[in-house]
Design a protein around this ligand. Structure first.
Ligand SMILES: Cc1cc2nc3c(=O)[nH]c(=O)nc-3n(C[C@H](O)[C@H](O)[C@H](O)COP(=O)(O)OP(=O)(O)OC[C@H]3O[C@@H](n4cnc5c(N)ncnc54)[C@H](O)[C@@H]3O)c2cc1C
Length: 445
């Protein structure tokens, strides 16, 4: 590691929330030389059983942090396939064969529980760089005294920290504590998720979609909410289906994940004309759970004093770019770099402001693009490059989110540019790089 900057010191970091983002930032801050304690409200017994995708912009940090990715038992994706709603014939294919060569890292599809366990093990393990993070379960955060940096928990205990990171998900308490009141509305679409056991599908004589190692979509070209998203995970043994339909056909806004499974009829009813091959998969679907979808307007800020937000607490987004987890990982990476010996000068408040300046614009662009892709799959990273298909149409060609913007992003360069401005210093690479992107890729919209 480079020699420490003057003023650098090890910090006592408190992380509220031990989900994907909380575990990631615990790893990043541990690697940066800090002591980390993670406070989780429950004991993980109800972890969500569904797939989570981790594109190259997330995978690169897993590698940088020396996470044992094999422990997450991922499927490495080979393509994105968009299929006709009724026939299942491919309409748009985005080939990922050269993905690793182009971007240096693969596109992983994890099962959420495996991904979480993989991150948790890395954060807590004795081996590898940094002090193992401490995990304290059954500690729901109730309040934070920002004068003293003290977290108060509902069980009556409290803990003092130099920096507090709110990684407490979409319903964040920390967000409220730092004074944010989200402007949000329920999405016009609903989502039910189900799992299909690949072996069982094959036993029923159904198509073995796991063979494609692809993220597959039915619908999405017609400006309708109806869309089926299939992602294979657990090495292909499990098929995870996200099924979207208009909220008028089933409203789950007031239901939470983890309740009793919904009956399979609720999953099938909205889809009278769906490709029979995939519909037969849904018919044997298990663990049918509603996913509440809320559209949040971007927040004006994500840090106050020595407290900041990360992941869904900071920028909850619709799932249509599959970037929620990746954005949480990128947030964690940004904090890890900013607080690392070569960059951190001891000024916590200024460092967190730089974090906000680095993270908000990029996460907000992805958030907006995720909402747009809900009704038009051509706006989805990857498919947004398939300009030669007959159905291709996007809102604004100049503003669409591209695979290049996501994966050519260099966070170190972004941080160096923003830090230089904060410290009133010139940024040496301004003719070639703008906000972490080669200048020709940088867009403001
Ligand atoms: C069903 C489902 C499928 C998804 N699929 C994808 C996908 O394919 N690709 C993708 O990129 N993203 C996906 N996401 C989104 C992705 O999981 C999130 O964007 C990502 O997990 C964000 O991580 P996070 O740490 O911010 O939030 P979470 O992972 O939700 O973690 C928040 C944690 O904080 C804890 N917590 C909450 N309140 C408190 C409190 N007061 N005190 C202490 N702890 C608290 C919670 O118990 C939880 O452990 C999916 C999400 C869901 C629910």
């Amino acid at each position: 590691m480079d020699s420490p900057r003057s003023g650098w010191r090890p910090l006592n970091v408190g992380v509220v929330g031990g989900g994907i983002g909380g575990m990631s930032v615990a790893i990043a801050m541990r690697r940066a030389g800090h002591q980390v304690t993670i406070y989780e409200r429950n004991d993980f017994a109800g972890e969500v059983g569904a797939s989570v995708s981790c594109a190259a912009n997330g995978t690169r940090w897993l590698h940088e942090w020396e996470v044992d990715v094999a422990k997450g038992d991922p499927v490495v994706l080979r393509s994105l396939i968009n299929r006709d709603w009724k026939t299942g014939e491919p309409v748009s294919i985005y080939d990922l064969d050269d993905y690793e060569k182009r971007w240096g890292h693969v596109y992983n599809m994890f099962h959420r529980q495996y991904m979480h366990a993989m991150l948790k093990d890395t954060a807590l393990q004795e081996e590898k760089a940094g002090t193992p993070a401490k995990l304290v379960v059954n500690h729901p955060c109730k309040n934070i005294d920002m004068e003293t940096g003290t977290i108060h928990f509902t069980n009556g205990s409290s803990a003092q920290h130099d920096v507090i990171i709110g990684a407490d998900g979409i319903g964040s308490v920390v967000r409220k504590i730092i004074g944010l009141n989200p402007v949000k509305r329920p999405s016009d679409s609903s989502c039910l998720h189900c799992n299909v056991d690949t072996e069982e599908a094959v036993r029923h004589g159904l198509v073995d979609y796991s063979q494609n190692s692809a993220l597959e979509y039915w619908g999405g070209q017609e400006g309708k909410w109806d869309k089926i998203v299939l992602s294979p995970c657990n090495g292909g043994k499990l098929l995870s289906y996200y099924c979207f339909f208009p909220r008028s056909q089933g409203d789950y806004v007031n239901q939470t994940w983890g309740g009793e499974d919904r009956p399979v009829e609720e999953l099938l009813n909205p889809y009278p004309n769906l490709d029979p091959q995939v519909k037969a998969h849904l018919a044997i679907g298990k663990d049918i759970q509603p996913w509440r979808l809320w559209v949040h307007e971007p927040y004006e800020y994500i840090t106050r004093h020595q407290v900041c937000l990360l992941g869904d607490a900071a920028h909850p987004m619709m799932p249509h770019q599959s970037q929620g987890a990746c954005m949480a990982i990128e947030d964690a990476a940004a904090l890890g770099i900013l607080f690392s010996p070569p960059y951190f000068d001891g000024n916590i408040v200024q460092t967190l402001q730089v974090y906000e300046t680095v993270r908000l614009p990029r996460a907000t662009r992805v958030q907006a693009a995720a909402a747009k892709a809900a009704l038009n799959i051509n706006e989805r990273i990857g498919f947004s490059s398939n300009t030669n298909i007959s159905n291709y149409k996007v809102d604004d060609e100049g503003k669409k989110l591209t695979i290049e913007e996501m994966n050519a992003y260099d966070m170190y360069k972004d941080i160096e540019e923003v830090l230089a401005a904060a410290r009133n210093m010139p940024y040496a690479q301004s003719s070639e790089w703008k906000r972490g992107l080669p200048v020709d890729l940088f867009q403001t919209g």
